[in-house]
Design a protein around this ligand. Structure first.
Ligand code: C2E
Ligand code: MG
Ligand code: MG
Length: 746
C-alpha cells in the first residue's frame, strides 16, 4: 500500500511481530503487585486468554514492594503495573510509584493503583505528580472493568512508546543527515546511509547500497546497470561488483525490485529503502534484519528517505564541485590541488618513502604559444598529457602550472632517462612533428620534511636549478640546493631594497685599449653593490639573481643611463672618440619596449648612438635565434654596436655565432689566463681569426700581464681590457686616469 505521496510502500503490512517465532505477536507484559495471593489468581483468571489490542497478555508477579522493585529493575518492556497500595507498610505501594518514576525513570510504564478500602486512596496531588493512570478499589475490579482499565492503560503505554520511538527516530534522521553530509564522496556517503539506516531500525550495520545507472551512450532506453557502490559488514567484499555477482538471490531480488519499482520494501527479514535524486540518480539500500522489524514508523522512514535523497543530491553537487576544483579541463588531467592532495596522502600514510615527484617544464613554451598561437600550445599540452599517462601508467600525472606537469610515482620509474625517452620522439600536432625539450626537477619524498606543498616547492627548487643549466636539463632536490635557494631569496630581497632605496648600487668603469695604437678606445660599465653590512657582493652572484627575478630590467636601465651620462662628460672634456660598453642580459632584450628604452636613454644625452656598445652573451640565443637577429639588426641600424661577451663559455655554439650580427667578439678571460702556459694559447689563436673572418673585431678580456698583452697583439687581437691596464674605476676617477695615461706602443 502506498502512502500519500507514493514514496513509501511496504511489501509486508503484517502487524508487528515478536522475536523467536515469526508470526506470534509479542505479548504485553503486565506486572501484578499484591501481598494477597488471591488477587494474583483472580486477575490472571479474569484476563486469561483474551488478546488486548491484538496481542496476548503475559503476567509478572510480585508479592511485596521490595519484590516489585526487583522485578522492575530486572525486566524490560513492562507495560502496566497493577499495584496494591497497602502491603508491608501502609504506603508500600506509593513508595514503589515514586521509585518507578524518579529512581527507575520508567516514564512510559502505566500504573493502576488498587486498594482494599476507599479510605486508603492516595492524595490527589500524588496521582498527578506520579502520573498514576487509574485508581480502583479491589472490589471494583470485575472482569469487565479490569479488561477496560488494562486496555486503556496498554493503549496509553503503546502510544507513549511509539512517541518515544519516533522522537528517537527523528533524532537519528537528523543525526544521519549531519553524518552523511560530512562524508566526502558518494561511496562514503553510501556507507554512511547503511550505518544510519541500521541504527534507525535497530539492527547491526550490515548492508549494501546499489546504484542504478543508465549508459546514455546506448540511447535513452538503454537498460539500467546495477552496481554495488557501498557495502558494510559481511557484505563488504561485494563493493564495486555488478548486482548479478551477488550470490544471495533474496538480496538481488529485493534490490532489483526496489530499483525497478522505485519503492521501499519492508519484508520479514530485511528492509530495502529506495532513494532518488531529482536528477534521477537512483539508489537502493538493503539492510538485513535478523528479526522482523517492529514498530517501524512509516512517517519516519519517509522522512529518512526524503532526507537521504536530498543529501545524495547535495553530495553529488559537492562531488561535481570538488571534481572541478581538482581537475584541469584543458589538459584533461588532475590539477595542482589534486597533486597536493595526493602528495599529502602519500606523505601521511608512509607509502611515500620509495616515491618521487618530478616536475616537468616544457622549454620555451611561451615562445611556442606566441609563435604558433594558443590553440596550438593547448594541443601540444594535451598531446604531452596523453603521452605522460600512457608511458607512466603507475604514476599520478597532473598539470600543476601552465606548462609544468607533475608526476608522482616510484623513484626507480621516474628517472631523467625515462623522461628523456618520452620526449625523444616529437609530438605530432596538426600533422607536423613538433620536437619538445623539457627541464625536470625531481624530489625524493623521503627528503621532504613537511607537507605536499613543501614537496612541490622542493621540486620547484630543483626545477629552477635544472633550468639554470639551460634547456633540456634535470636536477635533483638536495639540502644544499635548498640552502642556495634560500640565500638567493635573501639576496633578491636585499637587492630589491637596494634598488628602491638607492645609494648601494653604483657603476664602475674599466678602460679598453687598442692593442695596435696603444690608445684607450672606451670603457665598459660594470655594476657594483655595497650591501647593508658595507661588504661588496660580486656581480657574478647578484646579476644572476637579478636576472631570475627580472630586477635586472630596472638595474639595466639605471646603469645604461649612468654610463651614458659619464660618457657625455668625458666627451665634453675632449675625449670625443671614446665609446661606452654596457652589459645587457637576455631578460632585458626580451622586454617589448627595449628599443624604446635605448632611444629614450640616448635622447637624454648628447652621445651619438655610434659611441654606445651593448654586450650580450650567447645565451640570448635561447630567446630564439630569429627574434634575436631581428632585434640586434634593429639596434645596429641605430648605429649602436654589439659585442658578444664571454665568448667561449656558456652556449659556445659556433653555429649561433655566425648568425648573430655583431661588431665585436670578447674572448672570455678564462682563455686569456692560460695564454702564458704552453697549451693555453690555442683557443685564443683560433678565436681571433674566427672573429675576423666573421667581420668582427676581437677584444681580449681579463688581461693581467704584459706577456699576455704582447702575445695577444702578436696573435692579431685588436683590443684588450684587464688589470694590466686598469681595474674598474669610479666615474670621478676617470678624467685623472685618462690624463695620466700615456699610450705605450711597443
Ligand atoms: P663581464 O661583462 O665579462 O665583465 C668583465 C669582468 O671581468 C668584470 O667582473 C671585471 O671586473 C672583470 N675583470 C676585468 N679585468 C680583469 C682581470 O684582469 N682579471 C680578472 N680576474 N677579472 C677582470 P665583474 O665586474 O665582477 O662583473 C662580472 C660580470 O657581471 C660581468 O662580466 C657581467 O657579465 C656581469 N655584470 C656586471 N655588471 C653588469 C651590469 O650592469 N649588467 C649586466 N647585465 N651584467 C653585469
Ligand atoms: Mg661585459
Ligand atoms: Mg666578459
Amino acid at each position: 500500500m502506498a502512502d500519500a505521496e507514493g514514496l513509501l510502500v511496504f511489501a509486508d503490512e503484517s502487524p508487528p511481530t515478536g522475536p523467536g517465532t515469526d508470526d506470534a505477536p509479542l505479548p504485553w507484559r503486565v506486572l501484578i503487585v499484591d501481598d494477597d495471593a488471591d488477587v494474583h489468581e483472580a486477575t490472571r483468571f479474569a484476563l486469561k486468554g483474551i488478546p488486548i489490542l491484538g496481542r496476548p497478555v503475559a503476567f509478572l508477579h510480585a508479592h511485596s514492594g521490595a519484590e516489585a522493585l526487583a522485578v522492575l529493575r530486572r525486566e524490560q518492556d513492562v507495560a502496566v503495573v497493577l499495584l496494591d497500595v497497602v502491603m508491608e507498610t501502609p504506603d508500600a505501594g506509593l513508595r514503589i510509584v515514586s521509585a518507578i518514576r524518579e529512581e527507575l525513570q520508567l516514564t512510559n510504564l502505566r500504573i493502576v493503583l488498587r486498594t482494599g478500602q476507599p479510605g486508603q486512596a492516595p492524595e490527589m496531588d500524588a496521582i498527578s505528580r506520579y502520573d498514576i493512570n487509574d485508581y480502583k478499589t479491589k472490589n471494583e475490579l470485575t472482569r469487565n472493568k479490569l479488561f477496560t482499565t488494562v486496555t486503556a492503560a496498554l493503549r496509553s503505554y503503546d502510544q507513549l512508546q511509539r512517541l518515544d520511538a519516533s522522537r528517537r527516530g527523528l533524532q537519528k534522521v537528523i543525526e544521519a543527515s549531519n553524518d552523511v553530509m560530512t562524508r566526502p564522496g558518494l561511496r562514503s556517503f553510501a556507507e554512511g546511509i547503511i550505518l544510519q539506516m541500521a541504527s534507525l531500525i535497530g539492527v547491526a550495520p550490515e548492508g549494501l547500497v546499489c546504484a542504478s545507472t543508465i549508459d546514455r551512450s546506448h540511447g535513452d532506453d538503454a537498460p539500467p546497470h546495477f552496481e554495488i557502490i557501498a557495502a558494510a559488514g559481511r557484505f563488504s567484499g561485494l563493493i564495486q561488483k555488478p548486482l548479478e555477482d551477488v550470490a544471495d538471490t533474496r538480496i538481488v531480488g529485493a534490490l532489483r525490485q526496489s530499483l525497478l519499482e522505485r519503492r521501499n520494501l519492508l519484508a520479514a527479514h530485511s528492509v530495502t529503502l529506495f532513494f532518488e535524486t531529482p536528477d534521477r540518480h537512483a539508489y537502493a539500500v538493503f539492510v538485513d534484519a535478523p528479526h522482523p522489524i517492529r514498530d517501524l514508523d512509516q512517517n519516519l522512514l519517509h522522512m529518512f528517505c526524503t532526507n537521504m535523497s536530498l543529501c545524495a543530491q547535495n553530495i553529488q553537487l559537492m562531488s561535481a564541485l570538488r571534481e572541478q576544483a581538482y581537475f584541469d579541463r584543458l589538459a584533461e588531467l588532475p590539477n595542482r590541488a589534486a597533486m597536493l592532495r595526493e602528495l599529502d596522502r602519500a606523505l601521511d600514510d608512509g607509502s611515500s618513502k620509495a616515491q618521487a615527484l618530478a616536475l616537468i617544464d616544457i622549454d620555451q613554451f611561451s615562445a611556442i604559444n606566441d609563435l604558433l598561437g594558443h590553440p596550438y600550445g593547448d594541443e601540444l599540452l594535451r598531446a604531452i598529457a596523453l603521452r605522460l599517462n600512457a608511458d607512466f601508467p603507475g604514476c599520478f600525472v597532473a598539470r600543476v602550472a601552465g606548462d609544468v606537469f607533475g608526476l608522482l610515482g616510484q623513484r626507480e620509474v621516474l628517472t631523467p632517462a625515462a623522461i628523456d625517452r618520452l620526449f625523444a620522439k616529437p609530438f605530432n600536432i596538426d600533422q607536423v612533428d613538433h620536437p619538445v625539450t623539457v627541464s625536470t626537477g625531481i624530489v625524493h619524498l623521503r627528503d621532504v620534511a613537511g607537507s605536499g606543498s613543501d614537496c612541490i616547492q622542493n621540486a620547484y627548487i630543483a626545477l629552477k636549478r635544472a633550468k639554470a643549466g639551460g634547456i633540456g636539463h634535470h636536477a635533483y632536490y638536495s639540502e644544499s640546493i635548498a640552502n642556495e635557494t634560500r640565500d638567493r631569496n635573501r639576496m633578491r630581497i636585499a637587492l630589491h631594497r637596494a634598488l628602491v632605496q638607492g645609494g648601494q648600487l653604483y657603476p664602475v668603469f674599466q678602460p679598453q685599449l687598442d692593442l695596435r695604437t696603444g690608445c684607450v678606445v672606451g670603457f665598459e660599465a660594470l655594476t657594483r653593490w655595497r650591501a647593508d653590512d658595507g661588504g661588496h657582493v660580486s656581480p657574478e652572484q647578484f646579476i644572476p639573481v637579478a636576472e631570475q627575478t627580472a630586477l635586472i630590467v630596472p638595474i639595466g636601465e639605471w646603469i645604461l643611463r649612468h654610463a651614458l651620462g659619464v660618457l657625455e662628460k668625458l666627451h665634453q672634456r675632449g675625449h670625443t672618440s671614446l665609446r661606452m660598453s654596457v652589459n645587457v642580459s637576455a631578460v632585458q632584450l626580451r622586454q617589448p619596449d627595449f628599443l624604446a628604452l635605448l632611444d629614450r636613454s640616448l635622447d637624454a644625452t648628447t652621445v651619438a648612438p655610434g659611441h654606445l656598445e651593448l654586450e650580450i652573451t650567447e645565451s640570448v640565443a635561447a630567446l630564439g635565434i630569429d627574434q634575436v637577429r631581428t632585434l640586434l639588426e634593429a639596434i645596429r641600424a641605430r648605429g649602436i654596436a654589439i659585442a658578444i661577451d664571454d665568448f667561449g663559455t656558456g652556449y659556445s655554439s659556433l653555429s649561433y655565432l655566425h648568425r648573430l650580427p655583431a661588431d665585436r667578439l670578447k674572448i672570455d678571460r678564462s682563455f686569456i689566463h692560460t695564454l702564458d702556459s704552453g697549451q693555453g694559447g690555442r683557443i685564443a689563436e683560433m678565436v681571433i681569426p674566427l672573429g675576423h673572418h666573421l667581420g668582427m673585431k676581437v677584444l681580449a678580456e681579463g688581461v693581467e700581464t704584459e706577456s699576455q698583452q704582447h702575445r695577444l697583439r702578436a696573435l692579431g687581437c685588436d683590443e684588450m681590457q684587464g688589470y694590466v691596464l686598469a681595474r674598474p674605476m669610479l666615474a670621478d676617477d676617470l678624467p685623472a686616469w685618462l690624463d695620466a695615461f700615456r699610450p705605450a706602443p711597443d
